[in-house]
Design a protein around this ligand. Sequence first.
Ligand SMILES: [Zn+2]
Length: 62
Amino acid sequence: MSKPLIVKCPICKSLVERDNDYFPFCSDRCKTNDLGNWASGVYTIPDSQAHDFDDDESGTIH
Ligand SMILES: [Zn+2]
């Protein structure tokens, strides 16, 4: 009744079908790779130490 949805894996750009266990990734490796991007700081993550340092530095500048 519905056609299979196919997307491109965000990691390696391979075609991935909707019924893939790792959708929208093509494989467990690519799924882990994406999670690794978060863990390694590719995406910005607020840091309490950085916030504390920023507060101290703003006082120095002004
Ligand atoms: Zn992939």
